[in-house]
Design a binder for this molecule. Structure first.
Ligand code: SAH
Length: 355
């Protein structure tokens, strides 16, 4: 099979059954699938030659027939403050973003699940692009391998991720099957063995998909992007709004099934949803939740959106109102703000450069 490396099927993204098929097709024994999984996921080894408990012959056959990575890092951007954004080019030229954030003892990865996004949020750089395509489970997981390489060059502790947020490009629940497969491998004992409680899936709010996720038996955290306090204000920012009532009911269901706290994200857009009345309404909306958690995110300016970042004063007032209503609220400041790096802006820049 004389194919270019990046047109070969990648082993990354395969579950144990699939790895077993790959190993036996290359003349190995079924039990060696677990050894291979350990190299790929637990050890994050990107070189077949280093997989020394597999025979030379098996390694050679695997290398001939399968790739380890189908994507490559084309740009890295340091923000200072411990944040690094990677621009990653997929085999077909699409560019996605992956972000690494260091903050004391926390190292968080922000990963993408789609190239572009179909949800069309007015303030979001990925939304402007529309959906190009879903990422495969392998492409979702390859982001961890690129981050692993980056972290090996950093020579800092912790030397591996402590948290994962699925808040990069795309709507994760719109790519449900591939997301679930990737997160299953991330969590599995034979996979990355990464604790589900350290993984947060952020969604625009697809009610049926939230319910589906609740029924998978995982302990992932859920974050719901709210951004509006009634359907009129929400739909003005999110044209694909599925309806607040349905979304909140699904969020409750998620809590009931998993007992994991749900976080609400609220991007504050100047003059659109950052007034005091909205703050009071938001407090009312979330107060039924056991320990309501709200993350306020002052909008990061996006060229062409026609929307503006809110005044510092209205951010402070908004937070204050929620706090006084007993809501647990965090403000993600623009500098060092967690999601800032994950809004598709690096990709916009890279695509502008590469035409
Ligand atoms: N599609 C998912 C995850 C990706 S976006 C979701 O909607 O939750 C992650 C978070 O960043 C969301 O809350 C999103 O609304 C927010 N976000 C996107 N663009 C932003 C911008 N320009 N400024 C502030 N927050 C933004």
């Amino acid at each position: 099979m004389p194919a270019m490396a990046d047109t070969l099927t990648s082993l990354v993204g395969m579950d144990l059954t699939e790895l077993q098929a790959a190993v036996t097709a290359c003349g190995g024994k079924p039990f060696q699938a677990k050894q291979l999984a350990q190299w790929l996921y637990a050890k994050r080894e990107l070189n077949f030659d280093a997989m020394t408990n597999l025979s030379k012959d098996l390694r050679a056959k695997l290398a001939e027939n399968f790739a380890l990575l189908t994507s490559r890092v084309i740009a890295g951007e340091e923000s200072g403050e411990g944040t690094t954004k990677l621009g990653i080019r997929l085999h077909d030229g699409m560019v996605i973003e992956t972000v690494l954030m260091r903050e004391d003892e926390r190292v968080t990865a922000c990963i993408s699940t789609q190239a572009g996004c179909a949800m069309g949020c007015r303030f979001c750089a990925s939304g402007q692009l529309g959906l190009k395509r879903h990422l495969t489970a392998g492409e979702i997981l390859e982001q961890f391998l690129h981050l692993s390489e980056l972290m090996r060059t950093q020579d800092a502790t912790p030397d591996w991720l402590t948290n994962v947020v699925v808040m990069g490009m795309g709507e994760p629940l719109h790519n449900f099957d591939n997301l679930l497969k990737a997160l299953t491998i991330l969590n599995a004992e034979w996979g990355f063995h990464f604790g589900a409680r350290r993984v947060t899936v952020s969604t625009v709010g697809l009610p049926q998909r939230i319910r589906d996720l609740a029924e998978q038996g995982f302990q992932f955290n859920l974050a719901i992007s709210l951004h509006g306090v009634d359907d009129a204000s929400r739909s003005a920012l999110i044209p694909t709004n599925a309806g607040l009532e349905k979304i909140l009911a699904a969020a409750k269901y998620y809590f009931e099934q998993t007992r994991r706290e749900v976080t609400f994200e609220y991007t504050l857009v100047g003059g659109k949803n950052d007034d005091a009345e909205s703050a009071h309404k938001l407090a009312d909306l979330v107060k039924d939740f056991p320990r309501a958690n709200v993350n306020l995110i002052p909008m990061n300016p996006v060229e062409g959106s026609g929307l503006e970042t809110p005044a510092t004063e209205s951010v402070n007032t908004f937070a204050e109102i929620l706090r006084n209503a007993g809501v647990n609220v965090h403000v993600r400041r623009r500098r060092g703000r967690r999601v800032q790096a994950a809004c598709g802006q690096l990709r916009l820049k890279l695509e502008a450069v590469s035409g």
